[in-house]
Design a protein around this ligand. Structure first.
Ligand code: ATP
Length: 374
């Protein structure tokens, strides 16, 4: 029996509306999958935790998360937290750093029937998560952004051989796994010519930092001869992504470039409501949608739970793959198929996708399909 301990951190604004739907679909899949049990534990975080305990990341949370296998983190609306209170921190960079969740895996995939700028897109952006330009996570102590004088602001960008090597390995492993899954399912990638990793950089300008990133990624590439490799400058890649996103499979990229490009990719296939993400390290996985806490639509039960559901499904698949647990992998496939069917067959669509379903009704529809697949 595969038993998984999953933490649930609802987050802010739409978080308490969408995260429970992700929990429901995991629970429904476990219910109908022999040999799979998922135990959930709630952890307060964000504005609600601040109101209850005076901390947006209550003391002891990291220690308790360390006892789980992975967790679902709802969106964090830290822009609305009180300023100048050190207990009102943005918790997610701290969690990513503490558990060394160095890879942020962000798929952008077309869904049949969804009106979008492009169809037949199936790519994944593998973004380095703990270095780069993000000032709240690229330093041991202090901030990577500072002002030596009131008239000058500086930002430090951190690129290491270690960080570049492991994100590249994560990308090549993913390309290999995606090709294997396509072969098993008897399908081909829209470009139809095997696994491919695209390395993104701006080494013409950042000769040392992007140079180190690309050279390290090339060294890793040599260990995966069956994977095709190409390289793009980030600016020309942005153009290629907008014009022909179908030609990309796995894209490996540094932190800030990846953050921007993954939102762009989400926009090509239907928007931020359709942008899942998984943060992974050596030992833990954290499901976290790419979108923010959407305060403009919070409290109305109309947010699209697709991204957080797919993120949770990706986490279950990742945990199952690590343990070679076919029950968990099969359950993740059932969840994915059910979610795609609900949207593609227009069984339920939230308003951002042109439908009228509430967040809860979308969850109901996915749960019903999962149960009927037993
Ligand atoms: P952050 O900086 O925290 O990533 P953001 O400023 O990019 O956040 P979001 O909170 O992601 O902004 O919201 C951007 C727009 O997308 C808003 O109009 C919001 O309502 C919409 N949006 C985001 N997530 C969803 C969702 N799950 N369902 C429907 N609409 C969403």
């Amino acid at each position: 029996m595969g038993i998984y301990h999953v933490g649930v951190l609802a987050g802010d604004d739409i978080g308490p509306e969408i995260v429970p739907q992700a929990v429901r679909v995991l629970a429904a899949a476990a219910e109908i999958t022999p040999g799979l049990e998922i135990k959930f534990g709630d952890f307060p975080i964000g504005a609600a935790a601040y109101r209850a305990t005076g901390h947006t990341l209550p003391p002891g949370t990291l220690e308790k998360l360390a006892e789980t296998d992975g967790w679902i983190l709802g969106p964090i609306g830290h822009a609305a937290y009180p300023r100048n209170d050190p207990d009102a921190i943005n918790p997610h960079p701290i969690i990513r750093r503490h558990f060394d969740l160095f890879a942020n895996v962000r798929p952008a995939r077309s869904i049949q029937g969804i009106h979008a700028l492009h169809q037949n897109v199936d790519l994944v952006i593998v973004r380095e998560n703990n270095e780069g330009m993000q000032p709240d996570r690229n330093m041991f102590k202090g901030s990577g952004e500072f002002m030596p004088t009131p008239e000058m602001a500086l930002s430090i960008r951190v690129i290491t051989r270690h960080g570049s090597g492991r994100i590249a390995r994560a990308a090549f492993e993913l390309a290999r796994a995606r090709e294997k899954a396509r072969a098993t399912a008897g399908i081909t990638h829209p470009i139809g010519d095997g696994p491919r990793v695209t390395i993104i950089h701006k080494r013409t300008v950042f000769k040392l930092s992007c140079g180190l990133f690309v050279d390290t990624a090339r060294e890793v590439a040599a260990q995966y001869p069956e994977v095709q490799v190409d390289e793009h400058q980030v600016d020309s890649f942005a153009c290629a992504l907008v014009m022909k996103p179908q030609t990309f499979d796995v894209v490996v990229v540094t932190n800030m470039f990846g953050d921007i490009l993954s939102d762009l990719a989400a926009g090509l296939v239907g928007g931020l409501g359709l942008a899942p993400g998984l943060n992974v390290g050596e030992r833990y996985a954290m499901a976290q949608a790419t979108h923010g806490s959407a305060p403009d639509i919070a409290g109305r039960n109309i947010a699209n739970p697709y991204a957080i559901m797919i993120s949770a499904e990706m986490m279950l698949d990742w945990l199952g793959q690590r343990r070679c647990d076919t029950a968990a992998i099969r359950a993740a496939q059932r969840i994915e198929q059910a979610i795609y069917r609900v949207i593609a067959e227009n069984i339920a669509r939230t308003p951002d996708l042109g439908g009228r379903a509430t967040t809860t009704e979308f969850g109901d529809a996915v749960v019903d399909l999962i149960r009927s697949s037993a």
